[in-house]
Write a protein that binds this ligand. Structure first.
Ligand code: GLC
Ligand code: GLC
Length: 813
């Protein structure tokens, strides 16, 4: 079916069987603070916390080929030079296999009877990456292969490293001691950290100068040293420092040897920086190498990684009749949610790590697919994000993970940002019952001494949208709302400026229906929160705000068959039948329906049917129709893209999930699953030559029907699609949702499903849920039994003291 690979569901691995995949297929190493990107040919790089400010190894973007530079092992077997991951030498291998697993990648290459296996992973809780390399002589003769490692060090500040060569070419420094290479550029001045790349056994040579190891006119595909078969003991002095070790092996037929390497970020802490002039104090680094030089230490760390992931995933497991939904939900989707939680939009094959940091709206949404795994980290994240809000309610659109400070590179004044904080905070409290977070001290970015708490931020957020409204009574949009490219106040005419930062939003009038719908949703969340807290007056106040905004939407935003998207600065509707192009948009249908608009007047159903008629395709729902054929200064970036891609009528998978949730709300489980499968990567294996991206993680975008490459996925991994798909399947289709007083169960499944089972851990209790659907319906919980006793309604009340709770549910019309 897929000539490039397959799922190994029982091992929770994706197995790639050919290195020349349609695009590099990526995995992430690391789950806490130390991360690596690793492709199926061992390409990628490593950083600590922040891909821009603490980059440990180098990578070049927009490279040729796409993916070059990485964790390379060169093998010289009697003069024949190759890499087990095929690249960069690209010698023909007799066999190749890459297994991307949860937090690790294992690549095995074989040539002329010599097999080399590389296992890369980051042990949980540690700031280092381990490489376990096993070399096996599978031939009938004695072999004496030489193994060379290769890593190019990045001089920590990745942006400077790329563009300030007049400085960087003169500052690179290393020390070499035994089998360890210490990359210590800038350590003499303000840095108190270095990168360590060490072998845990004696070596037969090393190099630390790229010019010596690779050459000046050579490339990574024909580097001097591996072909010559001998390291030169070069010591980098400026230019480009690297880490390379040489190990000479003697292997009898059937014999194998394992060699381990440590790549670590070492913080000196309180240790003295130097032993003597120019000689670093290496105590901390040596302790790390010692730890992993002990027999069994690397294997124990790897076993622990497996256990950590088993535990994380055990929080939600389901068995449904659909194999795609099962493997994505149970393994890959939750795994991707960890990556988006950690990485936000910073480092992938499409995000260079030197551009965007943590997004305000993005990180709040990413949390929705993560909070059930590690609520304590979600709590910390919410408070970090909230601290980048300004006292008037607006937000820094993004912040730097290392400093946790807002960065203004992409501007501010995205008038949806603050509302997502309500969604993430409520999700956290529902998951944990921990209302104390609301009183956690939390200042504003422009008033760092303010004695405010998180609840204050939520109130300021709601008030901002309520207050900042335009001529129709709808919320103002600012530079853009969720759709970064709908820039209705920017009027950009200058090719060198950012669409989002152009124009002054002060006194602007353009309005967003999508924000209005999101506001409905957020007001309901706030009202329910206040109910739970027993603050009746506040709950009522939120409901009044809701009613007022609902009235505005129904009177000002209905277009006849769907909800309009916006009003531009001149008051002209956007996303209306009156427009020649861009007549109908997806976001306002999704959020108005999810916010509860159109419930009593049939509009919700009609809006969704319009989506089906105008926007749905076999590869997902396009963002709008018809695409814009020309640039409109009054609409901004959305009209800049060629038809069918990105926000100009591409399939933006993120917002597809809101439509899926809409179908669940309306009770159509067949549509919900059909829509889900239309963007599900696992279901694309039979069209992989068109789809091209990884079959195990969601992509931000699939080219829409107006593009020449309809069905081609792009920008995989770091997308809000991850968290929202988890929500749409776990909480929408399977209907299992944390709520303030207990676990709510209200599935909306395809009629043909006979039922499903699921295990959900919630506040320390394991709920074993069985849903039966004897009457072939989509939705309708009539009877719920909890440990054999009937319960009224569909919320299983939370009780402490229990370990396992059995829940049986029957759907009835
Ligand atoms: C990107 C951004 C996200 C935005 C979306 C739509 O995914 O990260 O913040 O909402 O594009 O423009
Ligand atoms: C660009 C992209 C859009 C993304 C935004 C991030 O506008 O087209 O998809 O969300 O940058 O700010």
């Amino acid at each position: 079916m897929n000539p490039f690979g397959r799922f190994d569901d029982s091992k929770r691995e994706y197995v790639i069987t050919r290195p020349d995949t349609p695009l590099p297929w990526l995995n992430y190493l690391g789950q806490d603070e130390f991360f690596g990107l690793c492709t199926n040919t061992a390409g990628g790089y490593t950083f600590w916390k922040d891909a821009k400010m603490r980059r440990l190894t180098r990578y070049r973007y927009n490279n040729v080929p796409y993916d070059l530079g990485g964790r390379y092992i060169y093998v010289n077997d009697g003069g024949s030079v190759w890499n087990p991951g095929w690249k960069p030498v690209k010698a023909k291998l007799d066999s190749y296999e890459c297994r991307h697993g949860l937090g690790y990648t294992r690549i095995i290459g074989k040539k002329k009877g010599l097999e080399v296996e590389m296992l890369f992973f980051v042990p949980p809780g540690e700031n280092l990456e381990l490489w376990k390399v096993t070399v096996r002589n599978k031939s009938k003769t004695k072999k004496q292969p030489k193994i060379f490692t290769f890593q190019e060090f990045c001089l920590f500040d990745a942006a400077n490293d790329m563009n300030n060569l007049q400085r960087t070419y003169s500052i690179g420094e290393v020390e070499i001691e035994g089998s360890a290479i210490y990359h210590k550029t800038e350590y003499r001045e303000r840095r108190n950290h270095y990168t360590l790349f060490a072998c845990t056994r004696p070596i037969d040579g090393y190099d630390t100068s790229r010019d010596a190891f690779v050459g000046i006119h050579e490339g990574l595909h024909d580097p001097k040293v591996p072909f010559a078969g001998k390291c030169t003991k070069s010591k980098a002095f400026g230019w480009n420092p690297i880490g390379a070790h040489q190990i000479n092996l003697k292997l009898l037929p059937g014999q194998e040897e394992t060699i381990s390497f440590v790549l670590a970020y070492v913080d000196q802490g309180k240790e003295p920086k130097y032993d003597k002039l120019y000689v670093m104090n290496k105590k901390v680094g040596k302790a790390i190498v010692d730890k992993y030089s002990k027999p069994g230490a690397v294997d124990a760390a790897f076993a622990n990684l497996g256990k950590v992931w088993m535990d994380l995933l055990s929080n939600f497991q389901a068995k449904s009749p659909n194999a795609h939904a099962n493997r994505m939900l149970n393994v890959w989707n939750q795994y991707q949610c960890m990556a988006t939680f950690n990485m936000s939009r910073s480092a992938s094959m499409y995000e260079t790590g030197i551009g965007r940091g943590m997004g305000f709206r993005d990180s709040n949404q990413d949390l929705l697919g993560f909070v059930h795994m590690i609520p304590s980290r979600a709590r910390e994240r919410i408070l970090d994000i909230a601290a980048t809000q300004l006292s008037d309610g607006t937000c820094f659109h993004q912040y730097q993970p290392l400093t946790k400070e807002g960065n203004a590179e992409i501007g501010g004044d995205f008038y949806d940002d603050h509302l997502w904080l309500v969604l993430s905070t409520c999700a956290y409290i529902k998951e944990t019952g921990d209302v104390s977070i609301l009183q956690a001290p939390c200042a504003y970015a422009d008033q760092p001494d303010a004695k405010t708490d998180l609840l204050h931020h939520l109130e300021v957020s709601m008030a901002y949208t309520m207050k900042k409204r335009g001529p129709h009574g709808l919320p103002l949009i600012g530079h853009a709302d969720w759709n970064d490219c709908l820039n209705l106040n920017c009027f950009s005419t200058e090719p060198n400026e950012s669409f989002q930062c152009a124009g002054d939003v002060k006194g602007s009038n353009a309005e967003s229906v999508m924000i209005a719908g999101l506001f409905l949703y957020a007001s309901r969340e706030m009202a329910a929160l206040y109910d739970f807290l027993g603050h009746a007056a506040d709950a009522t106040r939120m409901r009044q705000g809701y009613d007022e905004m609902l009235n505005v939407i129904e009177t000002q935003a209905w277009d006849g068959e769907w909800y309009r998207r916006a009003y531009d600065a001149a008051g002209t509707p956007v996303g209306s039948k009156e427009n020649p192009e861009g007549k109908i948009f997806i976001e306002s249908q999704g959020w108005c329906v999810l916010g509860g608009a159109g419930q009593n007047n049939g509009r919700a159903k009609q809006a969704m049917e319009s989506v089906h008629k105008h926007l749905f395709t076999k590869n997902g729902v396009v963002l709008q129709q018809p695409p814009y054929s020309t640039y409109h200064v009054e609409l901004g970036e959305v009209t800049s893209y060629p038809p069918g891609v990105k926000e100009n009528a591409g399939i933006f998978c993120h917002n597809n999930t809101w439509i899926n949730l809409g179908w669940c709300l309306l009770g159509d489980g067949d549509r919900a699953l059909e829509y889900y499968l239309s963007i599900c990567p696992s279901a694309k294996e039979n069209q992989i030559e068109t789809y091209r991206s990884e079959p195990y993680v969601y992509a931000q975008m699939i080219a829409g029907k107006d593009a020449v490459c309809f069905g081609e996925a792009k920008n995989s991994w770091l997308t809000g699609t991850a968290a929202w798909t988890f929500v749409s399947v776990a909480e929408g289709i399977l209907g299992i949702k944390a709520d303030y007083k207990g676990l709510s169960v209200n599935p909306c499944i395809p009629k043909a499903w006979k039922g499903f089972t699921a295990t959900r851990k919630f506040r320390g209790v394991e709920y074993q849920i069985e849903v039966k659907n004897p009457n072939k319906i989509c939705k309708g919980v009539k009877s719920v039994t909890v440990d054999g006793k009937k319960v009224a309604g569909n919320v299983i009340p939370f009780e402490t003291g229990k370990k396992v709770v059995k829940v049986e549910i029957t759907l009835e019309a």
